[in-house]
Structure formats: C-alpha cells, structure tokens
Design a protein around this ligand. Sequence first.
Ligand code: MCN
Length: 793
Amino acid sequence: MTTKMFGTGVARVEDQRFLRGHGTYADDLLVDDPRLLHAAVLRSPHAHARILDINVDDVLEVDGVVAVWTYDDLTDAMAEPLPLLIPHPTLTHGRTQYALAKDEVNYVGEAIAFVVATDRYVAEDALDRIRVSYETLPAVVGIDAARKAERLVHDDVPGNVAARMEQNTGDVEAALARSPHRLSLDWDIERSACMPMEGRGVVGRWDPDTSRLTVWSSTQTSTGVRGCISAKLGLDLAAVDVITPDVGGGFGVKINHPWPEELLVPLAAKTLGVPVKFTEDRREHFISSAHERAQQHHVEVGFDDDGRIIGLDVRFWHDNGAYIPYGLIVPIVASTQLLGPYKPEVYRVVFDSLYTNTVIVTPYRGAGRPQGCFVMERTIDAIAKALGKDRVEVRRANFIQPDEFPYDQGLIFQDGRELEYDSGNYPALLDKLLTLIDWDGFPAYQAEMAAQGRRVGIGLACYVEGTGAGPYEGAHVHIETSGKVKVATGLTTQGQGHQTSFAQIVADTLGVRFEDVEITTGDTRKMPYAVGTFASRAAVMSGSAIHLAALRAKEKALRIAAEALEVDEADLEIADGVVGVKGTDAQIDLGTVAVLSNPLRYAFDEASKRATQFSVGDPGKPPVAEDDEPGLEGKDFYSPSRSTFASGMHAAILETDPDTAEITILKYAVVHDCGNVINPMIVEGQIHGGVAQGIGGALYERMAYDDSGQLLNASYMDFLMPFVTEIPDSIAIDHQETPSPLNPLGIKGAGEAGVIPVSAVFAAAIEDAERIPITAMPISPSELFELRRHHNS
Ligand code: MCN
C-alpha cells in the first residue's frame, strides 16, 4: 500500500548532502581542472562619473594575467546595453547598463574592466594596474534627492523619473469628499538587500571540438541565462547548455538580467578556449548585485464610522537605483498588492520610479509587498486609532468575504492580467490568528506588565500575495527499466526543497515509492524550456507540470500493462511501483512496463513476471502499443490563466526597554493559507526563514549610503543581520487550506509569505508599547530612543 505523500511533512532528501558539506556550488566546480582561469572585475569607485580614459597597458605585464576586457573590446551585441527584461508602456525612460561601462558610471560598483588570470589573487592584483581617468559628477542619493531632481542621474531622463504609473478603480477625489472621516499619512521604508550566503558565481567552458558552450551559473533561471548568452554571444541556442548547480540562496537577487559576469565569463571562455570562473565576494555583493525596498508613500484615506474605507489615494516614490533592468515589477507589485485582503470602495495609486546613483533594484523576497503591506496595515491601524476602535474590528469591516470570490480588485497585476483573487477566507484566518496570539487576553497582560514597569505591545498585519505567476513551466517524467523515476523540470532550486516536494507529487500521481523518484532542476540539457524560480511560483507551476507529465506517463504505463496482463485498463491500479489487477494477484512492476515500452520486440513472461526479448525487429509483429513512442515517459507543460492568491496574517507581542529602547520579541504567530500544502514541514521552514528575513528588515538591515553615493556598511562588520539569537525560539504557525481553483493540485505559493508583513507587525507592536507613532522602518533602538525624546519634548 503506497502511503500518500502529498500533505506529509516528510524530511527533505537534499539535506543529507547539504548538512554533510557535500553540496556542489559554482565555486566548487572544475577545481581540479588545471586549465581553469579566474576572473576579477574592476568596479567604479565613484557613484557618478564620466570615464575619460582607461589604460590597461600595464595589466598584461603581470605574471599570470591572460586577458583583459574593457568596453572597447566588446563587439556586436555585447557592445549594446544589457536587455530590459520586462518592458512596460509607462517605462518611457528605461535605461540599462553595459556589460562593461561605456562612457559613464552611475553607481559605486559598476563593472568597468574584466581581468582573467591564473588565479583570483593575480587577477585582483592586476586590477590595480588599470588606470582610469574620471570626471566625477554630483551624485543623486536617496529618494529625496531624486525627487528634488536638482541633479540628474541620466542627462536625458528629466526629473530622474524612469516611469510614472497610475491605476485607479474610480473617482477617488469624490470618494474622499464624501467620506465622513479623512486622514493624511506618510509611510517610509528604507533600502535593504537579500544577502544569500553564497554570492553570485559563474563558470564557463568552451568545447572547440563541438563548438558548444557549457555554463554553470548560480542563478534563479538557467533558461534565462542561456537565452541571454546565446543572443549576446551570437551562438545558436542549441550550442549553449546552462546548468544550475547547488545554489546557496537566491531570494530574488539571482534572477537573471543578465548579470554582466554571466556574459563576460562565457565570452572569456569562448575567446580563450579554456574554462573561466568568477566568484563574487561579499563586498562585491553589497555594491554590485541588487538591493530593494526603498519607497516613500503618502496616503489620503477617507472612511466611515465603522472604519470602512471609502477612498484610498496612494502616491509613492520608488528608488530603482542607477538602471532598471527588471522594469517596474517591484513598484507594480507594491501598488497592487497593497490592497491585501481589503476592498476599499475606490482606490487610486500613482507612483514614480526614480533613478538614483546607487546599486540597481530588483525583486527581493516579497518584491514590493512588504512596502505595500506596511502602508495598508499602518493605515488601517491609524483609522482604528482615529475612531477609537479595535484594530481587529476595522480589519474585519474591510475584508473581502468568503462568498465574494473570485474577487476582481479592478487593477492590472504584475503579469499584465486582472488582479483577480481566486479564493480565500480572510475572516476565518483572522480568527485563527487571534486565538494563536491570544489577542483578547493581551490587554490584561499589558496592564500586568505595565504594573511592573514593563512596556509591551501587540501588533498584527494581513497580506494577500499573488503567487504562481505564469507564463509556463514544463516537466519530463521518465520511468526507467529499473522502476526508478527520473523527473526533470526546468526551473532552478536555491534551497526551497523542490527535490522533496516535487518527488511527493510524483509518488502520489504515479503510485511509486517516494524514494524511487529523483528530481533534476535547472539543467537546460534535460529541460530546455522553462522560466525560473521567483514569485513563489515553483510549487504551482512546476508542481502542476510535473503532476500533468506524471499523469501522461501513468496513462501509458496502464495501457501497456493492460495489454501485457490481458485485462482492461480500468481494472488496474498502481501502488509502490507495481501495476496490479484489482482483486487478484496478477501484477507487473513499472520497470518491466518500461522494458515493454521499447519497440524492440519484447514479450511478457507470465511465469517469471519478467520481460523477455523474443525478436529484434520482427517486421510482422507490431510494437506493444502501435501508436506509442518508445520509452515510458511523459512530458507536459502547465500554463495558468492568472496568478493564484495566497494569504496570511502575522501577530507579535514585543517588549521595549524603557531605558535602552531595545526591542525584544516575546511571541510571534503566523497563520497562512497557501492552498493545499504539499509538505507542511517545508512550508513552515519557508515561513520561519521569511520571518527571520522580515525581522532583519524591521530592525536591522539598511543600506547606509553617504551623500556621495559610497555604501558605508558594505560588509558584515557593519551591515547588521539577525543571528539565530535574535529570532524567536518558536514561531506559532497555523495553516488554513483554501485550494486554488486554477491548478490541478489546488496549490498556492509559500516561498515569500513569511517576510511580507513583519515590518508592519513590528511597527504596530512598538507603537502599541510606546504610544508613539511609528511611520518608518527599519527602526533601531537608538532611533526609538530619539523618537521618544522628540515625542515627549
Ligand atoms: N510548498 C508546499 N506547498 C505549497 C506551496 C509550496 O509544500 N502549497 C513548498 C514547495 O514545494 C517548495 C517550497 O514550499 O518546496 C516553496 O515553494 P513556492 O512557494 O512555490 O516558492 P518557490 O519554490 O518558487 O521559491 C521561490 C521563493 C522566492 S520568490 C524566494 S525570493 C525565496 C523563497 O522561495 N528564496 C529562497 N524561499 C527561499 N528559500 C531558500 N532556502 N532560499 C531562497 O533563496
């Protein structure tokens, strides 16, 4: 009897390897290849400067240096700007950088020259021999400076505005005018970054005999990298293989734009005919990968006596950094997902996406949702305060109700389709949260603590998250003659446990043992058509494609088995990798069915229950199933009509120290609805990781740029992140499963959820403890200390 795997918290199969140090990351590759060369990148020391001259004459004199590239060495498509990955009609001033800077640099860290040498030390030393003459220009740092536009990042972009976009669901001025109550509010979030343990890494190898390029990249999309390399290097797509090895975290930053190094390494490998490797160091990761989050928001909100929102008018400014390769995804997500589980009568949002002379901005886990959630949840708290009402009641008054799904928010989402929520049950989710955190018991606890001179506060926040964005993913399922099942799907894995959760789907769909399934991700040799791992889409997209492909393989297995056993297909069932005739002992294992699927003439021997080869190429004997292709395989693609919308709510009880203003987490609770859960342990792990990252965003992480555009905290000595000591020992989690009607398994995504509402929850809880408005995040103890001083003076 096969045990059902879907919904089971089975341990992650990949962890044995990782925990024993047997993972293979980009930097571990080709280490024994004596020909392997190493690359280092000269990066701009200035935030804004014209490049007058680059002199590399001394570089090749360094012993061990093999080659050096600057912009002038780039030809054809490589000399063009990098692609704008996701254009948008409102992105009228989209600018992307060159693989190596052409005449100008726009942030500290921008790539200028690329040196290849026998080892990284030599390459780094050689960088010092490159003499660059700059004419420095004034830098635009931060949203205030970008909005003032006294200086421009790009001469031809007026006001530093890359794009202005508006969406509305009606006449917001009229809605505000007819509202009995009205508030004007400002909310800010600072810049932060993903900080995966492993930085970026690329290895390239050119085979002159076959004219094929093999590239290993620590990426979130091997097919994206492959497409860019093929286009930029003028190679046929089929001549490029991109393989994603183990990836030590991505969190968004490893989505391909492509990164300059993802093109320069293959270029060098092809030109030099030897393998080349680039491994990003931590400082480079700070100054030359990507950041996110920085936004300023102004809200006008009108509401009735129950706190029901009549008009919501949001204006915000998004810092997109020096270039905008990823288009407007982050501000579009922020502007649409801001609405969360609520249904204001009229909503208008207008945002400006602004250039600054700082590191580019691309999605970081949550991708605009933490900002949107912060704005909406803080606004709801402000309404409750203004009306003297319970924060919970104001939320309830604004919820979309369970019988209102599918619910069309009247906006266009990031994928260009309607923002239509497929399913959910927000009131029930809130009830679960209130129980988990003991909301009703909190006032007594707060009073009790106050009597002891202690300050505690409670906060909650709700979110809705569009997950499983299209356009498609595919899967190939191959049942081998051993009975083992090899599955390939094209998107990549950065630690989400896909080898486990996808194997669970296959085990159930096919009726095979979980242990017999092996999953490969991110290898274009095995599945060349794929999109990538971001937007919490893998479970929905590849999970569904794998299910569909496994169904095809199963269908074929049953057809062949029925013929071999001379029974009707309807009488068959598959369990533990064996096809059996219901109610009898007759059976055939899937490995044997795989043998029979070969059009070489095999027969099934009843006595031994094995396949026997009786004729090779007997022209008079048809194959087992005449219409079949050889082999027991199934391939399919899944392409949904729109995103599916997960939801969740967090609450926390925090304590603030009356003297030091230190902030301590006393209790943290999460309720979460990602539709049907494949593996609750993995989903809880994703939530834990997300909450930890959210705590970092709420209390510690910020990019400290000075006015000249130097990042002052570009190392782990100065950039604070939470350690395990800052994360609560336990996070109370409860699941709710509201299946998605959009995919065959009823799944919604889970990978980003944990991070989304944390800043909103912390701000609310600190405000409750301190009775001081908290309008900007992150907040440090010294900032809280200052706020107290100002508030009380
Ligand atoms: N899952 C499940 N049941 C569901 C939904 C998901 O069991 N109903 C499981 C999935 O099978 C998968 C995991 O939860 O094993 C996450 O699934 P999903 O929500 O589809 O997210 P993705 O796999 O697409 O991962 C991307 C997402 C994003 S966008 C970021 S950013 C992020 C994240 O995942 N980066 C991560 N989690 C991360 N976790 C790790 N360890 N490293 C990263 O870089």
